[in-house]
Design a protein around this ligand. Structure first.
Ligand code: FNR
Length: 182
């Protein structure tokens, strides 16, 4: 059993990405693993002057990541990159210098948008950041999802056309985490 942190890059109440993230944790391949969602909406704006006295919300995020065997980033694409709230969270938990919580944690990147390229550019930007943070990141399968009615129902059920694909993605991710735990 692995402890997995889930970081959702949208704060929107009806976020498709949050719905995707919650559905992922209920797939067959996720069974037996423990998923905890990071709270990033209450983090202050990152200010390097606060590195020596991080806010409780920052400490909580860092503790969650530090105690995890792997991290799933589920993010929308904002203006062809990652949302600022996600980058803010990443920056917080990367500091103070030399005390990054992310280092060495295996990562998975996935996302859904209403645009046709399904967060591809945001994911590529995120991969660049994760590489710098020394997070080994699942390379395949890639998962670029375009939101369509029925992709994930309000009750969290994944549509029949995507269930096998998403379950395969989750299986690949938990296998990847296990390899890095060994
Ligand atoms: C977007 N959206 C968007 N979609 C996309 O495919 N590529 C993009 O670059 C952008 N850019 C963008 C910028 C900003 C500021 C917003 C608010 C939105 C649309 C985006 O896919 C849509 O709002 C999703 O619903 C966002 O994900 P959540 O919040 O539903 O998880």
């Amino acid at each position: 059993m692995s402890q997995i942190a889930v970081v959702v890059g949208s704060l929107r109440a009806e976020s498709y990405n949050r719905r995707l993230a919650e559905a992922l944790t209920r797939l067959p391949a996720a069974q037996g693993h423990d998923f905890t969602f990071a709270e990033i909406g209450t983090l202050p704006l990152y200010d390097q002057d606060d590195d020596a006295d991080q806010a409780d919300s920052v400490k909580a995020l860092k503790a969650l990541i530090a105690g995890s065997d792997g991290v799933i980033f589920v993010t929308p694409e904002y203006n062809r990159s990652i949302p600022g709230v996600l980058k803010n969270a990443i920056d917080h938990a990367s500091r103070p210098y030399g005390q990054s919580a992310w280092s060495g944690k295996p990562a998975g990147v996935i996302g859904v948008s209403i645009g046709a390229i399904g967060t591809a550019m945001a994911q590529q930007h995120l991969r660049n950041v994760l590489a710098y943070l020394d997070m080994p990141t699942l390379g395949a399968p890639e998962a670029f999802l375009q939101w369509k009615e029925g992709l994930i129902a309000e009750d969290g059920t994944v549509g029949a056309q995507s269930a096998d694909f998403l379950n395969g993605w989750m299986q690949a991710f938990v296998n990847y985490v296990a390899v890095h735990q060994a």
